[in-house]
Ligand binder design. Sequence first.
Ligand code: NDP
Length: 246
Amino acid sequence: MKKLANKVALVTGGSRGIGAAIVRKLAADGASVAFTYTRSAEKAEALAAEIQAAGGKALALQADSAQAKAVIDAVNTAVASFDGLDILVNNAGIYVGKDFAEHTIEDYDEIMAVNVKAVYVAALEAVKHLKSGGRIITIGSNMGDNAIGPQTTLYTMSKSALHGLTRGLARDLGPKGINVTLVQPGPIDTDMNPANTEFADFLRSKTALGRYGTGEDIAGLVSFLASEESKYITGSWVTIDGGFNA
Ligand code: NDP
């Protein structure tokens, strides 16, 4: 039997990049997977069709994480479509990088809405459905521990907020048998952080392994954290950054 057989997962931001790799991996491991997107309807539908063609179950949902109601609706649609929820993966995230003098309050509102508030809202709704053995896994960043340079204040702040959320939620949900973990990727080759730029050369030079990671690297860890094998891990995070923060 596949390790996530009979499990239902919801992945936010699953149409591209790390989220799409997580959707593929959880589905390959046997889970029924609902996932959200905002703009990339074509990519999202193609991913769902690819999984269905391989005999899996997948559902693409348009839901902007910046809108609390959309997040709540996505959780409930996943529950209604696949008859429950076992695994919530909060992956959707945005990056705002610019001189602090150019920051605006709108930048703050936007990044905190997607990177932090949406995680809180999804967890709040998901706990109505998660049973013992359930998982809440959030994708943070190695920058939650390491503001790697200037122009990173908002992103770093949003990702380190997830430390408190992970610790607190683990305490709140531990008695219910629900594990809460945070995954902190380093440079991963996606649209957000393409590996073929001058900045990418700088990031690569800071890793111990001298290279970027892939969405599949992150997806493998998420699948482990979603599985029975991780049952004694909660309230903590795993940094998966090729040694960037070493
Ligand atoms: P991408 O920008 O490549 O992909 C982002 C995904 O999230 C897309 O599927 C996008 O959907 C979706 N998304 C973006 N905004 C929203 C929103 N408001 N509501 C719903 N979905 C949304 O990002 P990555 O794959 O690189 O990043 C994924 C996560 O990993 C993020 O949380 C990011 O902070 C984190 N991370 C990434 C690193 C990297 O080096 N790439 C390093 C450390 C952390 P759509 O296609 O519709 O736009």
